[in-house]
Design a protein around this ligand. Structure first.
Ligand SMILES: [Zn+2]
Length: 186
């Protein structure tokens, strides 16, 4: 099991930053949602310099998809969107999918339908699909399985899927691939 760190962000004042001073702190999502409650701001303004603009300068427990600028508002929006994702979809898979969807959080609405799991290889996934498709007579150990072209089947269905190397998206070293379907299932 992966360890899930609560998402948090180092939020700093841009006004202070531009004055060569690093003013900010690590906050959980509730703190980022309401900077006044943290003492960083009063009435939305930096207590040090009065600036209204704050920036997320570092994050933990969440990764911003698409490499976009992470404002406090978009951090909160992203954490909220991630919170609705069912637990069986790994965080890294969500990031991969969002990356592919250019960071569009609306794309998370159908992620549960699209996500086909975490597999050692795409071939492992396609083998399982073939067995589902062509019945238990194809299951490993059956004589028929020897005559079935598993590789050709994998090549045939590959274009209906998008496949991500887990190691490209995990915070920790992940193995295998995340498989998503590009076509509506059912
Ligand atoms: Zn400031």
């Amino acid at each position: 099991m992966q360890t899930r760190t609560e998402p948090c962000a180092w939020v700093g004042c841009l006004g202070c930053y531009n004055n060569g001073e690093l003013v900010g702190e690590w906050l959980d999502v509730e703190g980022v949602r309401d900077l006044d409650s943290t003492g960083l701001t009063e009435g939305g303004r930096c207590v040090r310099c009065g600036a209204e603009e704050f920036d997320v300068m570092d994050v933990e427990g969440i990764r911003h998809p698409g490499g976009h600028y992470f404002s406090p508002a978009s951090f909160v929006e992203t954490v909220d969107a991630f919170a609705d994702i069912p637990d069986h979809i790994p965080h890294a898979a969500v990031v991969a999918w969002l990356d592919n969807q250019h960071g569009d959080l609306d794309a998370l609405a159908n992620i549960e339908d699209r996500y086909q799991g975490h597999w050692d290889t795409f071939r492992d996934y396609s083998d399982e699909r073939a067995e589902e498709m062509f019945g238990s007579e194809l299951a490993s150990g059956s004589p028929l399985a020897r005559y079935f072209d598993w590789g050709a089947y994998a090549d045939d269905i590959r274009h209906d899927y998008t496949v991500f190397n887990a190691s490209d998206y995990g915070d920790i070293k992940e193995h295998g691939v995340f498989v998503f379907t590009l076509v509506e299932s059912g």
